[in-house]
Design a protein around this ligand. Structure first.
Ligand SMILES: CCc1c(F)c(F)c(S(N)(=O)=O)c(F)c1F
Ligand SMILES: [Zn+2]
Length: 266
């Protein structure tokens, strides 16, 4: 496939502060940090992986807000109304929010890479284990607390479902602005192909806790240039501060260490 092992994905373990997250690139003692490069040829097909079952109730959508790292769409997670189950998961997980990571240009922007290839953006749908834990905040601290579905975005045709979100972005241009967002079904942002990779990882933003079962969809969704440009009109900064464009809000690749990436497909 694309690159010889390691050469293009070499990284040096640095404990320097990463400018964006102001926290160590790698958690001292961290053994399952995210994101990682997914080397297709090294992923192991697991025939026991079940299909992922996704059932979202569009009326659980609450609001969109700019938290200074990304823009996120939050959901009412007070009951089992928007949930995922199956796949690598032993429990049912509730949708809490989804958000994106993107670059200043189309050559990079995703957090995960496949054979060292960056995509221009990556969607994360964040779910928590409401069977074993009482709140999202509690689940964030537990090894099996979270399940995040990652979907790559590639440059191509305009995505009509995404456009609803894009149209709302001017209203959340500045950090800590929020608007009500009544009905939205995030399943429209998922590729129809059921294939995915899965591995044990972490949050890619503070607190970087090692609590995430990652489910990375093999197929990207297509969005057009104007839609990616709309992401880049957002700001890291609040009203009144000197404007800094919200771009390159992705964490650098982290070492795979003693982990295997499994695939749901041959
Ligand atoms: C604390 C809220 C939160 C998450 F729970 C989460 F999983 C991710 S991420 N990039 O790993 O999907 C976030 F970026 C994030 F801000
Ligand atoms: Zn994310």
């Amino acid at each position: 496939r694309r690159c010889s092992l390691g050469a293009c994905c070499s990284y040096r373990l640095r404990d320097a502060l990463h400018p964006l997250w102001q926290s160590p690139l790698t958690i001292p003692g961290g053994t399952r940090q995210s994101p990682i490069n997914i080397q297709w040829r090294d992923s192991v097909y697991d025939p026991f992986l079940k299909p992922l079952k996704i059932s979202y109730d569009p009326t659980t959508c609450l609001h969109i807000w700019n938290n200074g790292y990304s823009f996120l769409v939050e959901f009412d997670d007070s009951a089992d109304r928007s949930i995922i189950i199956g796949g690598p998961l032993e429990n049912q997980y509730r949708l809490k929010q989804f958000h994106f990571h993107w670059g200043a240009v189309n050559d990079w922007g995703s957090e995960h890479t496949v054979d060292c290839k960056f995509y221009p953006a990556e969607l994360h749908l964040v779910h928590w284990n409401a069977v074993e834990y009482l709140s999202f905040e509690e689940a964030v601290m537990e090894g099996n607390g979270l399940a995040v579905i990652g979907v790559f975005l590639k440059l191509g045709a305009r995505h009509e479902g995404l456009q609803t979100l894009v149209d709302a972005l001017p209203a959340v241009r500045h950090k800590d602005t929020v608007i009500e967002f009544d009905v939205f079904d995030p399943s429209c942002l998922l590729p129809s192909c059921p294939d995915y990779w899965t591995y044990a990882g972490s949050l890619t933003t503070p607190p970087l806790t090692e609590s995430v079962t990652w489910i990375i969809k093999k197929k990207p969704i297509e969005v057009d240039e104007d839609q990616l440009e709309a992401f880049r009109t957002l700001l890291f900064t609040s009203h009144g501060e000197e404007e800094r464009r919200m771009v390159d809000n992705f964490r650098p690749l982290q070492p795979l260490m003693d982990r295997t990436v499994r695939s749901s497909f041959r």
